[in-house]
Structures are given as C-alpha cells and as structure tokens.
Design a protein around this ligand. Sequence first.
Ligand SMILES: Cc1cc2nc3c(=O)[nH]c(=O)nc-3n(C[C@H](O)[C@H](O)[C@H](O)COP(=O)(O)OP(=O)(O)OC[C@H]3O[C@@H](n4cnc5c(N)ncnc54)[C@H](O)[C@@H]3O)c2cc1C
Length: 302
Amino acid sequence: MTALDRLAARLEAVGDVRRDEAMSRHTTFGVGGPADIYVTVRSADALAQAARLATEADAGPFVLGSGSNIVVADGGIRGVVIDNRARNEEHEEHRVRIESGASFAGFARKMCRAGVAGLAWAVGIPGTLGGAVVYNAGAYGGCLADVLTRVRLLDAAEGDAWWTASDLNLTYRGSAFTRGTLAGRTVLEAELELGAGDADALIAEAGGYDRRRLTAQPRGRNAGSMFTNPPESPAWKLIDSVGLRGERRGDAAISDQHTNFFVNLGQARASDVLWLVEEAERRVLGTHGIQLRREVGFVGAW
Ligand SMILES: Cc1cc2nc3c(=O)[nH]c(=O)nc-3n(C[C@H](O)[C@H](O)[C@H](O)COP(=O)(O)OP(=O)(O)OC[C@H]3O[C@@H](n4cnc5c(N)ncnc54)[C@H](O)[C@@H]3O)c2cc1C
C-alpha cells in the first residue's frame, strides 16, 4: 500500500473518493489531466477535515470550487483535490451565513426572487462562494467586497477562525489569497450583509445583466476573462490591437467575439491555452509596454 493509498482510505471517512480523476471533467474550460486523489465533500466540517488530512500527508490540498477560473495542466494535479460542495445556509434577517461550496450565481438569483437586495449583479457569475471570496468576484459595478462582512478560514495547522472582510485585502479581482499572504488557507464559510429590496425590481435588474452577458460573451467552454483590465486600456482592446482576434493553437482559441475570452473549441490541451496566453502577454508587452495580469489561475503540474 502506498502513502497515497493510505491517504485515500482515510479520506473515505469524510467524502467520496476517486483516484486519477480527469480534471477536464471538473473545469469550465474542459482541460486538465488527472488528480491523484479527488474527494467530494458536502459540509464545511468535512471540507476542514479533508484539508487537514491532506496537509498532514503533505499532499496539497487544492480546493476546487466550480473550476470556472482555472486552467489545469495536462499533467494534472499531484496529491489531493477537494471538490467543495458544502452548501448550507443560515439566515438571520438580511445577514446570511453560507458555506463556501454554494453556487454564487444560484444564491444571488434566489435572493433576488426573495426580495433581498445586494447581489443582482452576481446572477451570471459562475462559481462558488469560496472562489468568489478568493477573486473578489464582481460585475456591472458590484463586487463581493460590497456585501461580505467576514469569512471563516481554515489554516490546516493552526485551526479555523473568523476573519473580517477588511483583513482580506479585497481589490479588483484580487485578494490576500491571490497575492499569496493567505494562500493555502481554505474558506469554509462566508457571512454576507444584504438588504431589503423589491423582488420584481431585482428580477428585472438581474434579467438586464443576463441579456448583457448573452450578447457580450462567447458560448462554449472557457474560464471567463483571461486577464484583468490594466488601468491604461481594457485587456480585450490590447489583445485585439496586436492581431490575435480568432488566433488558434490546436483546439484552443482566442474568441473572435471577445478577445479577452480564450475558448476550448473541442479537444484543446492546456499547453495550447498556455501558449496563446503567453503569446498575448508577449505581444502586448512588446507593442504597448503593458504587462497583462492573469485573472485565471494556472494550476497543477506544468
Ligand atoms: C463564462 C464565465 C463568466 C465569468 N464572469 C465573471 C464575472 O463577471 N466576474 C467575475 O468576477 N468572475 C467571472 N468569472 C470567473 C469565475 O466565475 C469567478 O472567478 C469565480 O468566483 C470562481 O469561482 P470557482 O468556485 O469556480 O473557483 P475555482 O475556479 O474552482 O477556483 C479558483 C481559485 O480559488 C480557489 N478556491 C476556490 N474555493 C476555495 C475555498 N473554499 N477556499 C480557498 N480557496 C478556494 C481555488 O483553489 C483556485 O485557486 C467568469 C467565468 C466564466 C467561465
């Protein structure tokens, strides 16, 4: 029995375990090789336990939300991937405590229908609450920082504690997680402060955002915007200006509808996506002197 076999056996007690699970099945981009151990958990406690077991065994973990903001390497991910489906919610007036594996868009839509204001802008953002905290997800002038009060974070060695949102350094598509100071901690739960609203008005507002998305964004498999927008110019304009609209490498392409969307036309490989991303970075830097910053995370064994 190998160390991974022993770890997999221990993880069976906290969730459903699979071995050599193709990550392409669990990312919106549809690329990525196998995870050594893939464990699905359904509560914040199970998430914490799985993270502790993987850390003790020096086998990650990589905490996966909906896989909507990552490109996983063709070589896959060594150690443990935790598929977070902890989705419990507790409501007290307009204050909500919600586990980090809940669907952010699904929750936002539910709040609109219930006449609870504060999240109409989020109805089209794929992903979990945990992923939304890490990237301070936002759209149409709103972002999670506007409504987030605190989060329960796990440090696998030190235990868990509630952190106020102001300590997470949430900025445009970034946080203390993406900047490295909280890397390795797991978001177990989040607390949001929402407000009273009118259900009909919120549903109409959300419908307007849905229509804007439908016209602006390409269909098919992708991970949303590849780069954040530099202060000088939107990323799509910079990529367009260096002649990359519609550029292809294998089945990976830069969308001809929206040049900040990189898409999988069928059987794309992660290495082809990376090649296109690096080509865009090279050309934009060479032509405009601007270093593009990736919004999408490149994870695994590159
Ligand atoms: C079509 C499309 C449109 C999009 N539009 C938008 C948009 O308008 N605005 C926007 O902000 N984003 C947008 N995105 C990007 C994406 O939806 C968000 O970044 C989302 O918040 C990512 O959540 P996730 O659960 O999918 O994270 P994943 O992709 O699963 O993970 C991303 C990172 O977060 C970490 N992570 C996830 N959960 C946890 C946790 N519980 N604890 C610690 N770390 C964790 C992962 O380890 C990984 O490093 C879009 C994506 C797509 C595909």
